[in-house]
Design a protein around this ligand. Structure first.
Ligand code: BGC
Length: 747
């Protein structure tokens, strides 16, 4: 099923042309809010500069250098005699990582480092709700404080360029606008806890394959329009105190040694005042890294004095090869952030809280807005408990936990509700649950592959089904009124340091799903995964298809609530689900993964921009997701027909819930520029708004779009430029379900 309106009975009033609602001068504050977003961070404080200069003047070269490299796995050295503590860090995107040993990756074995496991980045983005990003940030930031961390190595916001990406689950989206709208509140939320973020991985780190050395080539316009907007907004709006330099190279230089990216773009153009931390072992040259703007070198085990920013730096300064002012510059930046977050003189510093019911509730609320209903043709969902006495729960993913797993940061948590546990918690006792594992997670004997060796295209799965497990699953399905099969992947399979080799469902799942569907036509397929899979066949055959994520401590409860109808699903895909890999831009034109170099030949046509411009039908489009109720969009209007460059378009949409239950809908506004003088995507997301509506209720969703948002990056003069002329404002509820097309003109 593709591009289907939410309601076939959708009495939508398409408006081509304009109806003027509220003419008049644009309120300046409204404009600022729309342009910069309603979430604004607090900048790095400069008020301690005198004190900082005096501290630096008292420090020895060795003390200063000690502050610029890992002196343990996740901290730099203290200068105790001057009252400067260690600068402490922790991963990461799924919640505050368990405590790691000081000098190895082994867990430290503490018993007070249990944390809340939050939904992974894809799930957060699927809420299309910046308020959820703020809550996530604020909640995980409080946990970082409670664990006495100064910097959280999060958010991870690289653009999803290929559906195969090993870290797709961790990242947000393929779209730069949605990316920045989720990034900024996240950053603000974290930092309100007196903890710095480390926005990562800056930048152009869109694949794991060859990530340690691949040289990424992106043209300037594409860089600015697709890969950088969220990083930029993290600085200019979120006031991020930290960035993490990526592993790979960009235009010939490693990102941690890249003067263009670290100095020209990040600091000179965007005004970044914070700390650049290297990814773990991403520095390759002492002088180049320090001088171009990396401040702290972190790494993986080797004697800490052997880091590039350790003895080698001291030596280089003593020999006059590096000027000491570069050391002072980095130390000053670190101290400025430390004072700002009250890591020194910590009076009034927030104390945070860890693993509280409030935080589990945050994880639950995010998870319950993240689940995407992909298909519900036969009315199987929500499950009607009046009609059933038994449910078959099938699949290894019904019990699989994902807070830990694979290569990369996870969370040690006391609570991870699996889908099976969620159903047990929520189903009345009178309903019999018939569980069958169905398929088993298995990998080839090659242990290196299992751990995601970067050269091996990901873990190699064993895809043969065990006939005994299949029989059990089929019997469970036959003997139950409804069958739910939990398929997808897990964090051993989708993992940092490798990309997947294909979009195929692993472990023989496709064959199993088909057998279960044959055994019981009332089968609901639930995917638990962080990245697209080839669901073309499954989607044709099944009438009920749900997408969930690595969805945090309360993921199983949220999923059960969606399946049983206590929560009406409102998630929308943050990326395109292709019918086949070759339909995706980087794969269609053979521009992945490269070898020593990868050229992003698709340019600005990333994600739906490619599918729409090339008229390729995706399986499920960007922005797509159904609800148990139906909505109408009525009276879509812009406030004027003609605008000047410094103005703002106000789009009002009356959304009516025409179904029987409360639900949430996301209005999405895309913009097209016909007859542009430069290449343009068929349409680009420029605004969105989500609202909850009771049955029968109508609400006006207002979406402001500053005209400046419609600009393209003009490489001739290195600036954003808004072309004059006609534009189309396309309002819909997915990138492929455009319900209104309004022409406006910019003079
Ligand atoms: C990852 C980072 C992470 C760091 C520390 C690296 O391998 O790329 O995202 O923050 O390790 O765990």
């Amino acid at each position: 099923m593709k591009n289907k309106p939410i309601s076939t009975a959708l009495a939508f009033v398409a408006i081509i042309g304009i109806s003027c609602k509220r003419e008049g001068a644009v309120n300046k504050r409204e404009m600022a809010l729309a342009m910069e977003g309603s979430y604004q961070g607090t900048p790095v404080s400069m008020q301690y500069d005198e004190k900082i200069d005096s501290l630096i003047a008292q420090m020895t070269l060795e003390e200063k250098v000690g502050m610029l490299h890992g002196s343990s796995m996740f901290a730099t050295a203290a200068v105790e005699r001057l009252g400067i503590p260690e600068f402490t860090m922790a991963d990461g995107p799924l919640g505050v990582r368990e405590e790691i040993s000081r000098d190895s990756w082994a867990p430290a074995g503490w018993d007070n480092d249990f944390a809340t496991y939050y939904p992974a980045g894809g799930g957060l983005a699927a809420t299309w709700n910046p308020e959820m990003a703020y809550r996530f940030g604020n909640s995980v930031g409080a946990e970082a404080r409670a664990r006495d961390k100064d910097m959280l190595l999060s958010p991870a916001i690289n653009i999803i360029r290929t559906p195969l990406g090993g870290r797709t689950y961790e990242y947000f989206t393929e779209d730069p606008f949605l990316n920045k709208k989720m990034t900024v509140p996240f950053v603000v939320g974290v930092q309100e806890n007196d903890v710095a973020v480390s926005v990562k991985h800056y930048a152009a780190n869109n694949q794991e394959t060859h990530r340690d050395y691949v040289d990424v080539q992106i043209d300037e316009r594409t860089l600015r329009e697709i890969y950088l907007p969220a990083f930029k907004a993290a600085v200019t709006e979120g006031q991020a105190y930290g960035f993490m330099g990526a592993y790979n190279k960009f235009r010939g230089d490693y990102l941690c040694e890249n003067e263009y990216m670290l100095q020209t773009v990040l600091r000179d153009q965007w005004g970044f005042d914070g700390i650049v931390v290297s990814d773990w072992a991403a520095v390759h040259d002492t002088k180049k890294a320090l001088e171009s703007g990396t401040d702290i070198e972190m790494g993986t085990p080797k004697p800490f004095n052997e880091f590039y920013f350790a003895d080698a730096l001291i030596k280089a300064v003593k020999e006059g090869k590096i000027e000491e002012r570069y050391v002072d510059r980095a130390v000053k930046r670190v101290l400025q952030v430390m004072f700002t977050i009250k890591a020194i003189d910590d009076e009034g510093r927030k104390k945070g809280e860890l693993s509280t019911e409030k935080h589990f509730q945050d994880a639950y609320d995010i998870a319950s807005e993240s689940i995407v209903l992909l298909k519900n043709d036969g009315g199987l969902l929500p499950i009607n408990l009046d009609n059933i006495k038994s449910v078959a729960v099938i699949g290894n993913n019904a019990t699989k936990k994902n807070s830990l797993g694979g290569f990369g940061a996870g969370v040690k948590t006391k609570r991870e509700v699996t889908p099976l546990e969620g159903l047990k918690n929520r189903l009345p006792e009178s309903v019999q649950i018939n569980y069958a594992e169905g398929y088993r997670e298995g990998y080839s004997e090659n242990e290196k592959a299992k751990l995601g060796d970067i050269t091996l295209n990901g873990p190699v799965t064993l895809d043969e089904l065990d006939p005994v497990l299949v029989e059990e699953a089929v019997n469970a399905a036959k003997n139950s009124d409804v069958a739910i099969i939990f398929a997808g992947s897990n964090r051993d399979y989708e993992t940092e340091a490798s990309d997947r080799a294909s979009l195929a469902l692993p472990f023989g799942q496709e064959a199993l799903i088909e057998k279960v569907m044959e055994a019981n036509p009332n089968t609901i397929v639930v995917m638990i995964a962080g990245a697209p899979f080839d669901l073309t066949r499954i989607s044709e055959k099944s009438s009920a298809l749900v997408w969930s994520w690595f969805n945090g401590s309360e993921g199983g409860n949220a999923l059960a609530d969606v399946l049983l109808g206590d929560v009406n699903p409102s998630g929308k895909l943050p990326w395109t689900m292709p019918r086949k890999l070759e339909d995706s831009p980087a794969h269609a034109i053979d521009a992945f993964p490269g070898d020593s170099t990868v050229v992003y030949k698709e340019g600005i046509l990333v994600g739906y921009r490619w599918f729409d411009t090339k008229e390729i039908e995706p399986l499920y489009p960007f922005g797509y997701g159904l609800s148990y109720t139906e909505f109408e969009f009525l009276d879509v209007q812009t406030d004027k027909a003609t605008y000047q460059e410094d103005e703002m378009i106000k789009i009002d949409v009356n959304v009516k819930n025409i179904g029987n239950i409360t639900g949430k809908e996301t209005v999405q506004v895309y913009v097209s520029k016909p007859n542009s003088t430069v290449e343009r995507a068929n349409k680009e997301l420029k605004g969105f708004g989500k609202a909850e509506l009771k049955s029968g209720e109508t609400k006006t969703i207002s979406i402001p779009i500053p005209i400046k948002e419609l600009g393209y990056y003009n490489v001739a003069n290195n600036s954003w430029e808004v072309e004059k002329g006609d534009y189309y404002i396309k309002v819909g509820n997915s990138s492929r379900n455009i319900l209104s097309n309004i022409k406006i003109t910019i003079n």
